[in-house]
Structure formats: C-alpha cells, structure tokens
Design a protein. Sequence first.
Length: 269
Amino acid sequence: MDNRSIGVFDSGLGGLTAVKEIMELFPNENIVYFGDTSRVPYGSRSKDTIIKYTHSDIRFLLSHDVKMIVIACGTASSAALPHIKEDFNVPIYGVVDAAVYAAVRKTRNKRIGIIGTTATIKSGAYTKYIKDYDPNIQTFERACPLFVPLVENGHFNTKVTELVIDEYLKEIRGAGVDTLIMGCTHYPLLAGAIGRYMGPDVELVSPGSEVARFLQKKLNSENSHSPKRDEHRYSYYVSDSVENFEALGSIFLEKEINGQVSKVDIEKY
Ligand code: DGL
C-alpha cells in the first residue's frame, strides 16, 4: 500500500481525460494534476523546448511527493519521454504505448488512423510502436494543430469545430481506417463530433483512458494502491488563470472543481 498521490500533467485541459478515468478506476487514489496553461500548446514547439517543459512539470509534481508520474500528454510522451525517462527516480508512464496497445487489439482491417499535434506526428512515435507490434498494419497520420485551441476555448461541439474536423479528417476517413487513435489527450473532448464524422464503424482510442487502464495493471502488480478510505484528495494546479480551467474542467469532469485549482509559477521548477 502506498497512499502518496499519483502525479498527472498535460499542457492544459487534455490530461483530465486520464484523470477522469483514474478517478473511476481507482476511487481511493489521491491525484495531483498540473496543467501548464501558460505554455500551451506544446505541440507546435521544438523537441528541445518540449523536453525542457517536461522536466519542469515533473520537478513540480515531485515537489508533491508523488509515487508515480503520468504524462497525460501525447506530445510530451512522444517527443520528450524517451529522452528523460532515466533522469528521475520515479516511475513515469506516457500515453503512447498504452494507446497503441489498445488500437492494435481493436483493428480488424489493419488500417489505423493517427491524429495528434505537429510535434507528435513529426516524432513518428505512434507508427513506430504500431509497426513494432505488427508490421502489416498500415497507418494514416495527420497533425491537427487547431484542435487544441478549440478545446481550450470550449468549442466542443460547434460549427467551427465541425468545419475543422472535415478539413483535417477527410483523408483519413477516405482511407477506410476502422480505428482512430486520438493521439493528443485534448482530442477526446471532441470525441462526440469526431465520432459522428468518422461514423459508427470506426473505433476511437483515447490515450488518457488507456493509460489509466495500464496503471491498473501496474498498481495491482506492485501492490502500490492507496488504502481504502472515505476521503480522497484531488488537487489541481495551472500555470495561468484558474478561472477558465475551473469552468471547463468542471464541465468535463462532471464534478465541481471550483476552489480546488491553484496557480503555480512553473518557471521556478
Ligand atoms: N494534450 C496534449 C497532447 O496530448 C498537448 C497539446 C498541446 O499542448 O499542443 O499532445
């Protein structure tokens, strides 16, 4: 048993897709969440900058004595994690392998679509892992840089979102994929609109949810669950204004987080 918190971070709201699943799967776990809202988006930045941000995000979470770190960000998981894994003395889990593990089991026609930020698609990480599993699977990739600002501004289901989805996903839909990895943790917040566009025969994979399922195995095998108790603690930190995060985070988590979000100066870490 280990009642220290699980540390989770993303560049903004997207990592809440992992938090929501962790809360459902492990109701006894404490969670410290960091959304780097002053530096979002990560996906249009260089690899060096993403590595630098990832280092400071992890240092911040470690200052809360967490037992493990979940990089609930496709960009940091694909562009930074392979380079920083050895720099810290704590288990660090990214979303890429968890999402790939789910996708290769779902696909029937061996055609998988992958959407992500510019940095994620440039890293080629998802395709690489998929080919490691099965070189016969074909992948169809597309960077969707406008999705993150749409999510951060609450455009979950609007006309403008539908237009952008059509622009980005037309070719992947035309390629006949039966599985689509929403390779950035922000994108599942658009899952309703993306699902309608892709049609009922395409399975959507959410990396945030998948990494939570992966943790289930880890916590079980290492016996590092938190003990059962009546109260759990969830704390949220952001590096910019708390109001927007509180409003959109409460909608997404379907639980009031007003008053639980604090601002942190991430440049100090
Ligand atoms: N949610 C992130 C990801 O999974 C980051 C998006 C961004 O900041 O560009 O890639």
